[in-house]
Design a protein around this ligand. Structure first.
Ligand SMILES: C[S@@+](CC[C@H](N)C(=O)[O-])C[C@H]1O[C@@H](n2cnc3c(N)ncnc32)[C@H](O)[C@@H]1O
Length: 307
């Protein structure tokens, strides 16, 4: 393991090729400290990871009580991400009253204050970060109590997760433009939050959904070129469109210039190995964050808020 501060990356085994490619292109040399957990001597964010911990420190300890005491001196709120010597880590987490990784109820009013996180590298050594990307959801796992009746697709879980992590929620009464909306899982989420949603897709959405929510409206068309009137009215733009990120990029760059738009949440979907230059261009937009969500497939989620 590299000496001194650096980063930890929690990867998804199915996407290890993306992670390896991204690390290589960014010049990040990594070392696996536990299955799926990699450390690096530099602090460079990589996006094909379930969680990214910057500014990690190593901490030697002699006992569970000693580890808990040392961590408590560093911060009040802790999460445990699993890893090597799992049971020992769990005992430290219990001694620390660390946040348990349990099923979440989706709640737009829930507050998720900053939280530090740790994992064990050996029996008597742990690695911690005071600012892990996913906060209390250390390691990146986020399991919700599912809504099995309302949404017409499971894609709603991605929007729940992106909103929970970023704090970007469509608000009651806001005009939301949902691009590539069919069958309507994301629109269902926005509508249940009280937003006025315009759904755009080439194919019609779930008919039952439109009947159930009068605040949903559907327009058939190309989500990359929404009607001007809809764009000028939109406050939040959502896109889970199955389209090339390279084509979505100029579109979001132009939508940012629309003064009413306060936030966007877009899935970046890739076929084959992703183009890291396109990902870097999305990441470079001021106010943007990129997550690989627990509920993402071969996708990243780009969240933008006006600063
Ligand atoms: C993964 S689905 C979206 C699922 C949806 N977010 C939900 O929650 O149910 C992707 C959608 O993108 C639509 N799509 C792909 N390219 C499009 C385009 N250029 N314009 C409009 N819709 C598009 C497809 O028709 C498909 O319905």
């Amino acid at each position: 393991m590299p000496a001194g501060p650096g980063a930890l990356y929690f990867i998804r085994p199915e996407l290890s090729q993306e992670f390896g490619d991204e690390a290589r292109q960014r010049g990040v040399r990594t070392h696996e400290i536990a299955p799926g957990i990699f450390s690096a001597g530099q602090d460079i964010p990589l996006y094909w990871v379930l969680d990214y911990w910057p500014q990690t420190e190593r901490l030697a300890f002699t006992s569970i009580g000693d580890a808990a005491k040392k961590l408590r001196a560093l911060g009040r709120r802790w999460a445990y991400a699993g890893g090597a010597s799992f049971r020992r880590g769990q005992l430290i987490a219990e001694a620390l009253k660390a946040k348990k990784q349990k099923q979440q109820e989706f709640s737009p009013t829930a507050v998720h204050p900053p939280c530090a996180a740790f994992t064990l590298s050996h029996e008597n050594e742990l690695v911690y970060s005071l600012a892990p990307l996913k906060g209390a959801f250390a390691g990146g796992k986020m399991i919700f109590a599912e809504d099995k009746k309302g949404p017409p697709s499971r894609a709603y879980l991605k929007l729940w997760e992106a909103a929970t992590l970023s704090g970007v929620y469509p608000q009651a009464g806001e005009a939301v433009l949902d691009l590539g909306a069919t069958p309507g899982g994301w629109s269902y989420v926005a509508a249940t939050l009280g937003a006025q949603v315009t759904m755009i897709d080439r194919s019609p959405p779930d008919a039952g959904l439109l009947k159930k929510f009068p605040r949903l409206r559907f327009i058939a068309g190309d989500g990359l070129k929404p009607p001007r009137a809809e764009l000028e009215h939109a406050v939040v733009i959502l896109s889970d469109m199955a389209c090339e990120p390279a084509k979505l990029l100029p579109a979001v760059q132009s939508w940012i210039t629309l003064p009413h738009v306060r936030a966007m949440i877009c899935t970046l979907k890739f076929h084959g190995l992703s183009d890291k230059r396109v990902i870097a261009a999305f990441a470079a937009i001021a106010g943007a964050k990129i997550y690989h969500l627990w509920h993402n497939g071969h996708e990243l989620t780009w969240v933008w808020q006006r600063l």
